[in-house]
Design a protein around this ligand. Sequence first.
Ligand code: ADP
Ligand code: ADP
Length: 232
Amino acid sequence: EGVVSCRGLVKIYGEKGTSVTALDHVSISFEESKLTAIMGPSGSGKSTLMHCLAGLDSPSSGEIKLEGSEITHMNERQLTKVRRDRIGFIFQSFNLVPTLTVKQNITLPASIAGKKIPDERLREVVEAVGLTDRLSHRPSELSGGQQQRVACARALVTEPAVIFADEPTGNLDSRSSRQILEFLRRAVDVYGQSVIMVTHDVDAAAWADRVVFLADGKVAGELISPSRDMVL
Ligand code: ADP
Ligand code: ADP
């Protein structure tokens, strides 16, 4: 059944007459402890799919299950709790708070939720992303790659079951991209987390266990173990 799955997912934006069908009956299941890439042309519905699966946007119709629970009928309070406790987010533009330090950024979601991250846990994650000597820096004092590693640490520090990454390497050079992908790979292989990553970067998708292709709001195909098949 999968850690995340959807059935007959439809998302229509706008009013009748000028409406856009962003998702057109998408049914798909994401296996636990896998890194799945979602690819497709611009406008094919990748972001919409991810936002719906993550409970950030509500579909027009269809079902979404996250760890066995139907989320489409949840109210905003229940959804907030699921997002907070079970989901981590990584965005293309890092989305760090400029006025806060690296340490404060990493612990922010937890502190909003009224939780304290144990020092030991914080140290582990910060070490894993190689930012131990940057804890009191502000985002503006870091490179793009370092900022994205802060975002990775923030997404992982609460040990979410599922990490949604929207073009996580979109603004990074190849070396920084590689660090982020190694980190996501390790989240899957060592810690059993599930990663769903939207990307248009074939090099990034080659790190995935599976690539799902969207076109015109529909699933257009997929590849298993793409690194063996994709020409890099
Ligand atoms: P992708 O991520 O693959 O580029 P999106 O999910 O962003 O695709 O968009 C899918 C379709 O939905 C596009 O035609 C886009 O213009 C439309 N769309 C996305 N967001 C909105 C919105 N907030 N309002 C209206 N149309 C939207
Ligand atoms: P080591 O595994 O040798 O301790 P690593 O650099 O691989 O060194 O990781 C350091 C610590 O960071 C790990 O012990 C682990 O607890 C934590 N860590 C790294 N990646 C993750 C992750 N994806 N999820 C949870 N904890 C992680």
